[in-house]
Design a protein around this ligand. Structure first.
Ligand code: ATP
Length: 222
C-alpha cells in the first residue's frame, strides 16, 4: 500500500585512510516520495548511496526497511542503484534485459519509449554513450525495486532529457521511494519533495532553499 514502506539509514560511519567521510547520518525515504540529496564534491553522496545499496561496506551502518534490518539493499531486489558508470551487461539484448529489470506495472510505459523502441533488438555495446546512459537511467527508474537510488541522472544530459527524466521520476515515485543526487541542484529542487544536504560528514534537513546558502552549498539562488 502507498506510503507503507520506509527505508531508514542511520549511524553510518565511513573513513578512508583515516579520514572521516560520513559520521552523523540520518536519511529516510518513504514510498511515494522523492528525496533530493545535495552536497559539495567529495562530501560522500555516492558513498552513502553505495552503502545503502550494499556495494560499499563502512565500519558501521544501520539500514532498515520497515524497521527490519537490511544488510545489503540489493538482496531480494528491494533497492536498486544508478551508478555514475555504466552498469548493464554489454552483450545481452536490451529486450531480454528489460524483461528482467523493468517493473511489470510500468512495462507498457517503458516499452513505448523511443529509446526502447529504437534499440530493443540491440545490445548495450551497440549504443552511443548518450543513448546508453539514457537507457540505463530509465531502466533504473522503471525497475522492480521498491527504493531507487539515482546518482547524477541529470549530468551530461540535455535540458529536454532532464525534463523527461523528472516526469518519469515523479510518476514512478507514486509507487516507489526515490533518492536522487546531482550537482544540477535546480533539477533536484524541482523534482524532490524534500532535500537533505551532506555537510562535514553529517546530514542536514533543508527546510528552505535559503538553508543551502546558510550551509555554504550555494552563494545565491539562480
Ligand atoms: N575507494 C576510496 N579510497 C579512498 N578514498 C575514497 C574512495 N572512494 C571515495 N573516496 C573519497 O571519499 C570522499 C567521498 O567520495 P564520494 O564519491 O562519496 O563523494 P561525492 O559526494 O559523491 O562526490 P562527487 O560529487 O564529486 O561525485 C571523497 O573525498 C573521495 O576522494
Amino acid at each position: 500500500m502507498l506510503g507503507q514502506h520506509i527505508l531508514k539509514t542511520d549511524s553510518v560511519h565511513l573513513e578512508f585512510d583515516g579520514r572521516k567521510i560520513l559520521q552523523d547520518i540520518y536519511l529516510d525515504c518513504r514510498q511515494g516520495e522523492v528525496v533530493g540529496l545535495l552536497g559539495r564534491n567529495g562530501c560522500g553522496k555516492s558513498s552513502l548511496l553505495r552503502i545503502i545499496f550494499g556495494t560499499l561496506k563502512p565500519s558501521y551502518k544501520h539500514i532498515s526497511i520497515d524497521d527490519r534490518h537490511v544488510y545489503k539493499g540489493y538482496d531480494g531486489g528491494r533497492v536498486t542503484y544508478l551508478p555514475q558508470h555504466n552498469y548493464l551487461p554489454q552483450n545481452i539484448k536490451i529486450e531480454s534485459l528489460a524483461e528482467i529489470i523493468i517493473d511489470p506495472q510500468f512495462a507498457d510505459e517503458f516499452t513505448a519509449l523511443p529509446i526502447y523502441q529504437n534499440h530493443y533488438q540491440k545490445k548495450p555495446s551497440q549504443l552511443s554513450g548518450g543513448e546508453l546512459r539514457q537507457l540505463e537511467t530509465l531502466m533504473c527508474i522503471y525497475s522492480r525495486a521498491d527504493f531507487i537510488l539515482l546518482d547524477e541522472p541529470f549530468t551530461h544530459v540535455s535540458p529536454v532529457q532532464a525534463e523527461m527524466f523528472k516526469e518519469v521520476i515523479r510518476r514512478c515515485a507514486k509507487l516507489k521511494g526515490i533518492i536522487v543526487t546531482d550537482h544540477q541542484y535546480y533539477n533536484i529542487l524541482d523534482v524532490a519533495d524534500r532535500i537533505v544536504l551532506i555537510t562535514d560528514g553529517s546530514t542536514k534537513a533543508i527546510n528552505n532553499p535559503d538553508d543551502l546558502i546558510r550551509y555554504g552549498y550555494i552563494n545565491h539562488m539562480i
